[in-house]
Design a protein around this ligand. Structure first.
Ligand code: SF4
Length: 209
C-alpha cells in the first residue's frame, strides 16, 4: 500500500460512517436501533471479511477473533478488517407492527427501553430482507472501494450473491469458489458460525490453482 493511504482511508471511512449514522433509508429499522454496525480492524487490510448482518455470533468478539486467527494462520496474513452487508439490525416485534406512522426520533432509549410500551426491548433479531440489503449495499461497495483488499471473504450465500452481482458476476453463488475482479480475489464461504479450519484449508487450496 502506498504510504499515506492508511490516513486517507481513515478519513474516508470516518466520513462514510457519519453518513451511515445519519442514514434513514430503512425507517422501520432505524427507529429501534441505537447504533448501526460498523466495520472494524486494520484500515489497510490484506483481507476483508463480509458478514450479512450483526447477529449473535458476530456480536461476540471472541468468535470474531477466533475466525480471524484461523484466516491469518492459514492465509499467512496480518491485517484483517471485518464488516457487514446490512448495518442496521432488523428485529421482529409485535409492538412495532401495531404502529403505522413513523414520526420523528427513535422508539428506543439508550438503555434499550421501548418508548412505545415502556418495557425492555424484546424484539427478536431476524435476517434482513432484500430491500434492506439493496438499500445498504452501496455502503459496503464504498468500503471495498476505499480499502481495496487483496482478499474478500464472503460469508454465506446471500453475501456472495449480492456482492458478486454488484461486480457483474451472475453465477455460481455456492461456497468455496474463487472470483477475481481487478486485483481483488473474492472467496465464497460457509456462514461465519460454520467456518472451521477445514473450510479455510479449502479456500487456501482454491487460491493456489
Ligand atoms: S440498514 Fe443501511 S440503508 Fe438501511 S437505514 Fe441502516 S444504514 Fe441506512
Amino acid at each position: 500500500m502506498v504510504v499515506g493511504n492508511r490516513e486517507q482511508n481513515i478519513r474516508r471511512i470516518i466520513e462514510m460512517e457519519d453518513r451511515i449514522c445519519q442514514c434513514e433509508r430503512c425507517p422501520s429499522l432505524v427507529k429501534c436501533l441505537r447504533k448501526p454496525s460498523m466495520g472494524k480492524g486494520e484500515l489497510d487490510p490484506e483481507a476483508l471479511l463480509v458478514f450479512e448482518y450483526e447477529n449473535i455470533f458476530t456480536r461476540d468478539i471472541n468468535n470474531i477473533i477466533k475466525l480471524r486467527n484461523i484466516i491469518k494462520q492459514e492465509f499467512e496474513l496480518d491485517k484483517i478488517y471485518h464488516t457487514f452487508m446490512v448495518r442496521c439490525q432488523p428485529k421482529a416485534c409485535t409492538t412495532r407492527q401495531s404502529v403505522n406512522c413513523y414520526g420523528q426520533g427513535k422508539w428506543i432509549d439508550k438503555d434499550y427501553t421501548c418508548l412505545l410500551n415502556n418495557k425492555a426491548c424484546d424484539g427478536i433479531p431476524v435476517r434482513p430482507g432484500t430491500g434492506e440489503i439493496i438499500s445498504c449495499l452501496p455502503f459496503l461497495l464504498e468500503e471495498i472501494e476505499i480499502l481495496h483488499p487483496m482478499y474478500l471473504f464472503l460469508f454465506g450465500e446471500r453475501v456472495a450473491e449480492f456482492v458478486l452481482k454488484s461486480y457483474g458476476i451472475y453465477h455460481g453463488f455456492t461456497v468455496n469458489k474463487r472470483y477475481q475482479y481487478e486485483q481483488m480475489i473474492f472467496l465464497t464461504s460457509v456462514n461465519e458460525d460454520e467456518f472451521r479450519r477445514d473450510n479455510c484449508h479449502q479456500l487456501v487450496s482454491i487460491i493456489s490453482v
